[in-house]
Design a protein around this ligand. Structure first.
Ligand SMILES: Nc1ncnc2c1ncn2[C@@H]1O[C@H](COP(=O)(O)OP(=O)(O)OP(=O)(O)O)[C@@H](O)[C@H]1O
Length: 309
């Protein structure tokens, strides 16, 4: 649904985005993560047709953002990282203003606006002035605004930034609902664990370059170069350690406490099954055998190495 090919953007001599190749499938929620200044907003502005790249291509649903900006604009809802709201409008008036900008017939607007406010949990604030809304509510109103023309694709630049945990959970729930409606969502943040909760795929960008891209449950493994398997035993953990440490795909085995083995593993699922069989057929009392979810905080720090601020 979204594709960039060697996308590059220079501000003067400074390369903000460099040969970026993104691939985002229809219906997925793609988290675009990177430290401050990594090039996320620049990439999103290009996809939103607001900025022309210096070189490379970007496509939304097959439409080139440079050649066919009008089609792209019809397909996308874009929420920038900062947006103003007009002081002297209520939430309904604010959305009505944008509905007008999208040429939505007057007779359809009332139902549309009511449905959108309900979707973003703002029905109770329909007649409140927008400048009286909390930050979380303003963000949700901004989200309603970019849904007004029922776009297939949402490009959301840091929609959860500055939100408290409760407001973030609400945002996450709304995104889940939008995904359920079949929308493709590109969402950015500089906080990987926060994004991981909302997304099914992650792309990590640093200094304008994509350094990792994978389904969310594989991103830690891709960055670390191995997965971590945890084996919990009732006893004899040291025997188990000796038994598996030379197995195919096993990089290292460490003991955690008296009962758990942590196996750094580069093999495939078949090898994983063989590992478990080896333990069980040798009479070791295995209680549990599972893959550890990678520590996303660690992943992010590893790949971004303190660049940015
Ligand atoms: N109009 C501009 N002129 C010059 N440099 C710019 C301009 N816009 C962005 N940059 C620079 O390009 C780099 C990428 O900025 P961008 O806003 O895309 O990063 P970002 O990943 O969205 O960062 P943040 O998380 O802080 O929003 C930064 O170093 C920034 O200072």
């Amino acid at each position: 649904m979204i594709r960039t090919v060697n996308l590059s953007m220079k501000y003067g001599k400074f390369r903000a985005v460099h040969d970026l190749n993104l691939q985002i499938e229809a219906g997925s929620v793609f988290g675009f993560v990177g430290p401050n200044g990594a090039g996320k907003s620049t990439t999103m502005s290009i996809l939103a047709t607001l900025l022309a790249p210096t070189s490379g291509q970007a496509y939304v649903d097959g439409y080139d953002v440079i050649q066919n900006p009008e089609e792209v604009r019809r397909l996308i809802g874009y929420m920038p990282d900062f947006f103003g709201v007009y002081d002297n409008l209520t939430a309904v008036e604010y959305l009505d203003f944008y509905a007008g900008a999208y040429n939505i017939p007057v007779e359809k607007r009332e139902t549309l606006i009511r449905d959108l406010l309900e979707l973003v949990n703002l029905s109770m604030k329909a007649d409140a002035y927008v400048d009286t809304l909390s930050r979380g509510m303003k963000q949700r109103l901004g989200l309603a605004r970019c849904l007004i023309h029922d776009p297939k694709v949402l490009i959301l630049d840091e929609p959860a930034s500055g939100l408290d945990p409760r407001a973030r959970i609400e945002m996450k729930e709304i995104l889940k609902e939008l995904k359920g409606m079949g929308k493709t969502i590109l969402i950015s943040s500089h906080i990987l664990p926060e994004l991981a909760e909302m997304c099914d795929h992650i792309g990590i960008i640093e200094q304008g370059q994509l350094i990792a891209m994978a389904p969310v449950d594989q991103i830690a493994a891709q960055v670390a170069g191995h997965r971590v398997l945890r084996v919990k035993l009732r006893s004899r953990a040291e025997d188990a350690q000796a038994l598996v440490q030379d197995a195919k795909g096993v990089q290292s085995v460490t003991l955690e406490g008296k009962t758990d083995l942590l196996i750094a593993y580069t093999g495939d699922e078949e090898g994983q099954v063989a590992l478990l069989s080896r333990l069980v057929s040798n009479g070791l009392p295995v209680l549990a055998f599972s893959e550890e979810a990678g520590n996303l905080e660690e992943v992010f720090l590893t790949v971004t190495k303190g660049v940015g601020s």
